[in-house]
Design a protein around this ligand. Structure first.
Ligand code: NZQ
Ligand code: ZN
Length: 387
């Protein structure tokens, strides 16, 4: 296991009606709030009305940045930063999924940055100060509610890039599983695939003696496999929504990667798909993952896939190791299909002519991943296999 420093500073309020802490928690930071939310789901499911009545009761004034796009755009960040400066905002409150939370994070950093906000996406080193951020999570997927990262898209340059800063971790996040009852089946499926992919990024890694982290990863994977399906079949199943919600946060808050040298593989490839085609992040991940697994399976990675097959999919260990690994990969693919996620890039509108350009972009900062480092040709082969 590698050395590490442990810090997960976000305070989590988890469970039914935890929204009731909102007023008291916000007032610790001030009385002027910028609400950041998406295309209107929070107005349809009543969360917006609940939040605004709590703010009014607590004499907290609020301004709004609405219409945050899935795959949030830099133009929206610019608008939000301007609203913070014009209104002397004290705290930025995201209500939604990863897109609203990521947008809120970069808005909070851009509010203190004098130049063009895209600079702090391309170079996180330029982030010096960040307004406090809080979140009310409505979709279990990205883990943005408890991590320090944000992903922003610039459609003019077809770039989707991650940025981050320790102060971009939300001060607190409210996780009420009933707020995810209205998430449609396709987003529930994509969210489950995203959580699983975050776990895979930490799990498929070669650091020795990280036994504990790997067993925790397997427990989280089993949780997603069990409850992803139930949540789709029974959207108002509290147990399923609660388990997925907590798995979303634990998958990426550092718990699984502390002590391991993780450099992600499938995410950098997927981000090119959504940068060029604006597809749903979790769908791109689910399509690529089994093909990435097949491509990186060799003598050096076999042990990891055998462990995965036996511990996560309960495959009989008394058989050829490659057979176990390949069965595990097949089960992964079948599982995503059983959630209703398309299995080919061509099914989600991606064109073959762009595959090479996207492979080039994915590797522009060097090889992808460290489980088995991938160059442009490798990425292109995975894209072609997934096409
Ligand atoms: O915009 P609204 O109307 O709110 O609708 C959203 C959106 O259409 C809807 N939705 C959310 N909660 C709902 C709901 N609909 C009904 N009921 C609810 N309770 O779902 C759609 C997708 O929302 P979005 O926030 O885009 O999804 P997600 O949480 O998957 O976030 C995706 C973004 O996060 C980035 C992705 O790249 C993508 O841009 N990521 C962020 C990460 C991070 N910060 O650490 C890591 C991830 O790997 C990921 O890259
Ligand atoms: Zn992700």
């Amino acid at each position: 296991m590698l050395n590490f420093e442990y810090s997960i500073p976000t305070k989590i309020f988890f469970g039914r009606d935890k929204i009731n802490v909102l007023g008291q928690q916000l007032k610790k930071y001030g009385t002027k709030v910028l609400l950041v939310y998406g295309g209107g789901s929070i107005k349809r499911n009543g969360i917006y009305d609940k939040v605004s009545s709590i703010l009014n009761e607590n004499h907290i004034s609020y301004f709004e940045l609405s219409g945050v796009e899935p795959n949030p755009r830099i133009e929206t960040v610019r608008k939000g930063a301007e609203l913070c400066r014009q209104n002397s905002i004290d705290i930025v409150l995201a209500i939604g999924g990863g897109s609203s939370i990521d947008c809120a994070k970069v808005v909070a950093a851009a509010a203190y940055y004098d130049g063009e906000p895209w600079d702090i996406v391309t170079d996180p080193g330029k982030i010096a100060k960040v307004l406090p951020i809080a979140s009310i999570l409505t979709l279990s997927a990205t883990g943005s509610e408890m991590d320090t990262f944000a992903v922003i898209t610039n459609m003019n340059t077809n770039e989707k890039l991650g940025t981050g800063h320790p102060d971009m971790a939300p001060k607190f996040s409210i996780l009420d599983p009933t707020y995810t009852y209205s998430v449609p089946a396709n987003q529930t499926a994509a969210g489950t695939a995203d959580i699983m992919s975050h776990i895979f990024e930490a799990y498929f890694e070669k650091t020795k003696e990280a036994y504990l982290q790997n067993r925790m990863a397997e427990a989280l994977l089993k949780t997603c496999i069990k409850y992803g399906k139930i949540a789709i079949e029974e959207p108002e199943n509290y147990e399923a929504r609660a388990n997925l919600m907590w798995a979303s946060s634990l998958a990426i808050n550092g718990l699984l990667s502390y002590g391991k040298g993780s450099k992600w593989s499938v995410h950098p490839m997927e981000h090119e798909l959504s940068a060029f085609y604006d597809i749903t992040h979790g769908v791109g991940l689910a399509i690529l993952t089994p093909h990435w697994m097949k491509y990186v399976l060799d003598e050096t990675t076999l042990v990891n896939f055998v462990e995965y097959g036996i511990n996560v999919w309960n495959i009989d260990e008394n058989q050829d190791k490659y057979q176990i690994a390949n069965m595990a990969i097949e089960k992964t693919k079948e599982y995503f299909i059983s959630l209703g996620i398309p299995s080919k890039l061509s099914e989600v509108g991606i064109e073959e002519v762009k595959l090479e350009k996207m492979a080039e972009q994915a590797t522009r900062f060097g090889k992808v991943g460290n489980f088995k480092p991938l160059d442009k040709q490798d990425v292109l082969s995975i894209f072609k296999a997934a096409f």
